[in-house]
Write a protein that binds this ligand. Structure first.
Ligand SMILES: Cc1cc2nc3c(=O)[nH]c(=O)nc-3n(C[C@H](O)[C@H](O)[C@H](O)COP(=O)(O)O)c2cc1C
Length: 220
């Protein structure tokens, strides 16, 4: 069994990365022998879809497959064969990060067929999405993040499977708040949240990973 966690944060050890690592621990608790690997999308240069349409060309050699030859291609080849994929991203201006979007264009578009009859046979593995953000739960609903992200998840649902998700609010953004202009935040409160709530978020990420592994088991 092979599982991937895709880190859409440029930070390799912060909120999203830690949550994704925990989710992979959850996967391993179900499948100790499984390969569970984190891919950091900011570790290598790559682009989003270039709209070349090689993946849609009739009788084309790249039909149903991304034709871009770059650092992402060999990784993508493995991810589309995975038994489960856990995506994770900070929220940047209400959305997932730019690199995550670029990744998703490449992950999804080759399987999105402009046809009423034609399909691309591909693996429909269980998916999960972890969102990490500054906003509180209350303000995330007020701003409309959930509607936006549900809409975004619809594409994944149509192509793969409906993702499970985890929202992580009021993350600890800086190692030392006093070094940055950040007086909209109450550092003491954030520290407290970090101490008391973040460990629970990590537990939820662990459970999420377990869930994906169990779904993968049911998928066979
Ligand atoms: C460029 C940028 C834009 C951001 N925009 C938002 C936003 O729109 N809403 C929000 O709640 N947090 C926003 N944040 C905060 C991050 O989502 C938050 O700190 C997140 O936990 C960072 O994840 P990381 O620790 O894994 O890097 C933004 C951060 C950056 C750097």
């Amino acid at each position: 069994m092979k599982f991937f966690a895709i880190n859409g944060s440029p930070r390799r050890n912060c909120n999203t990365a830690q949550l994704l690592d925990k989710s992979l621990e959850g996967v391993k608790s179900v499948f100790p022998e499984a390969t569970a690997e984190r891919i950091d999308l900011y570790d290598f240069p790559f682009h989003g879809c270039r709209s070349c349409f090689a993946c849609k060309r009739i009788n084309g050699k790249h039909y149903g497959k991304c034709a871009q030859k770059d650092n992402l291609q060999p990784i993508l080849d493995e991810i589309v064969q995975a038994d489960g994929v856990i995506l994770g991203s900070p929220i940047y201006f209400s959305d997932v990060t730019g690199n995550m979007r670029c990744f998703l264009e490449r992950f999804m578009f080759p399987f999105a067929v402009y046809s009423k009859t034609e399909v691309v046979n591909h693996k429909k593995m269980p998916l999960a999405y972890i969102y990490a953000m500054n906003a509180s739960e209350e303000s995330s609903y007020q701003i409309g993040y959930h509607d936006l992200h549900d809409h975004f998840e619809m594409g994944l649902s149509m192509i793969f499977t409906k993702p499970e998700h985890l929202y992580v609010y009021e993350t600890y953004q800086f190692k030392n708040y006093s070094k940055y202009v950040s007086d909209v935040f109450d550092e003491k409160e954030r520290k407290q949240i970090r101490k008391t709530r973040f460990p629970k978020d990590l537990e939820s990420a662990f459970e999420l990973g377990k869930k994906i592994a169990i779904q993968a088991k049911q998928h066979g």
